[in-house]
Write a protein that binds this ligand. Structure first.
Ligand SMILES: Nc1nc2c(c(=O)[nH]1)N[C@H]1C(S)=C(S)[C@@H](COP(=O)(O)O)O[C@H]1N2
Ligand SMILES: [Mo]
Length: 435
């Protein structure tokens, strides 16, 4: 969000150059300067901060990190006004408050392209061909129509999240689209299980990895936009599917029509759009987006901001636990006297499930557990709902934090900094103003 960055940086500069003064200005810790200085920064909170005493030193209120310039909104037929993060290639994020449906409608589904958008396939979708080759006994070339009639057709709600979701939380900033938490979808996908198709092709002992291919080209027109692969075990998971319907409809072109892979819980880059070929390999795939620092995480933490060639990194697999708040937009103003607020959202944790969901309105001093639903099926996100009490009018932040089934929580600050910014899942914060 270009409009946002300038302001965020200047506030961060203030904190860097003179943290004590910055704190005094923002939180009024020494009282006097607060009002005037806030106005001078062009982002007056215009309200008392009842829990200011709980804010740790050097802490930037969420409302101020927002900046003043509004985001650029997507204008595209069949799509809601998503936040445009990039135009070439086209990348757009879903604001959290648009994710309030159990099943994400097509128009609210985030967009992530790595290259050119291919021309739509104009033939009968059932004649679209998919090739299965490599370390298999029988190379297969099947049309979508054949896939649908030869294999069991399944419908599952599956979360699909970009590997870079949450990237904007990293400091120092990393390269790549500056996602908030909105590179997530939870659609109802219909298709055939990848494992059934691989078994029909006859997997060889030597078939240990996959390589995924689609028809879209890199922006340079040199080679594919992206081509990633994974360990064969994930391909054999019952929830890894070759999908041809999304929410009961043909897949929209921008989301990969007529067929795409859905590899839930792992980086979205594995969920190949405009999917036409899968290779089974003895060694890890070497397509665009593999190796180096791409979709790979440090095994041992590195110095934030340092250079690294990623040689000792490991491929990112199951995504970390994360949550969104979906019924109240960040920056919402509520009527004076509001003392109770309903909060509602979704949470997920890659291949795991979410065990608990907590919220805080006093900058994390106290946390309250809220009601968490079960996933509709494995790899579907979970909805949560609760109520928070506010002691007075003023500026508050709703903090929300999920805990996965192995007890790992969203941390207070993004951990394991890496050059391309994967895996940032800190506690999220939405600013509200009462009165
Ligand atoms: N063919 C192709 N498949 C692709 C991509 C792409 O650029 N081309 N982007 C990947 C990435 S990085 C993500 S996060 C998801 C995004 O899917 P969406 O645009 O339907 O949200 O698709 C993945 N599959
Ligand atoms: Mo992605």
């Amino acid at each position: 969000m270009p409009g946002h960055k300038t302001h965020e940086r200047s506030l961060e500069e203030l904190y860097r150059d003179d943290p004590e003064r910055a704190d005094a200005l923002v939180w009024g810790r020494r009282g006097a300067l607060k009002g005037a200085a806030l106005a001078a920064m062009g982002a007056s909170l215009g309200a008392a901060i009842p829990f200011a005493r709980n804010a740790p030193p050097g802490f930037v209120p969420a409302a101020m990190a927002q900046g003043s310039g509004g985001p650029q909104l997507l204008r595209m037929d069949g799509k809601a006004q998503l936040i445009v993060l990039g135009e070439r290639p086209l990348v757009a994020e879903t604001p959290e408050h648009m994710l309030d449906d159990d099943v994400t409608p097509a128009d609210k589904f985030f967009i992530r392209n790595n290259g050119q958008i291919p021309d739509p396939f104009t033939g009968d979708p059932r004649s679209w061909k998919i090739t299965i080759e490599g370390e298999v006994n029988n190379r297969l070339e099947l049309t979508l129509g054949e896939l649908e009639s030869r294999f069991e057709v399944v419908t599952r709600r599956l979360q699909m999240e970009c590997g870079g979701n949450g990237r904007a939380a990293f400091n120092p900033q990393t390269s790549g689209n500056q996602w908030g938490n909105g590179a997530i979808s939870n659609c109802e996908w219909t298709g055939v299980r990848l494992r059934d198709v691989l078994r029909a092709a006859g997997l060889k002992e030597t078939g240990r990895y996959t390589g995924h291919h689609g028809v879209d080209n890199h922006l340079s027109a040199q080679g594919p936009a992206i081509s990633r692969g994974m360990r064969i075990a994930k391909a054999m998971d019952e929830d890894s599917i070759i999908a041809f319907r999304m929410n009961g409809q043909p897949i929209p072109h921008i989301h990969g029509a007529p067929a795409r892979l859905i590899i839930p819980g792992w980086p979205g880059s594995l969920s190949q759009k405009w999917f036409n070929r899968i290779e089974i390999l003895a060694e890890p795939h070497r397509g665009r987006g593999m190796g180096g620092t791409s979709y790979r995480l440090p095994v041992r933490p590195i110095v934030p901001g340092s250079r690294n060639d990623g040689r000792d990194f490991a491929d990112m697999e199951s995504m970390p636990v994360r949550s969104v708040l979906t019924n109240i937009a960040h920056g919402t103003r509520l009527p004076a006297g509001t003392r109770e607020v309903e909060v509602r959202g979704a949470a997920w944790a890659g291949d795991l499930t979410v065990r608990a969901m907590h919220v805080s309105v006093d900058f994390g001093a106290t946390w309250q557990e809220v009601t968490l639903g079960q996933p509709h099926n494995r790899h579907a996100w979970q909805r949560w709902t609760g109520r928070v009490r506010l002691p007075s009018d003023g500026y508050f932040e709703i903090w929300y934090r999920a805990t996965d089934s192995e007890g790992r929580m969203q941390p207070h600050a993004p951990a394991n900094w890496n050059p391309q910014g994967y895996g940032a899942n800190p506690v999220s914060r939405a600013a509200i103003l009462v009165g």
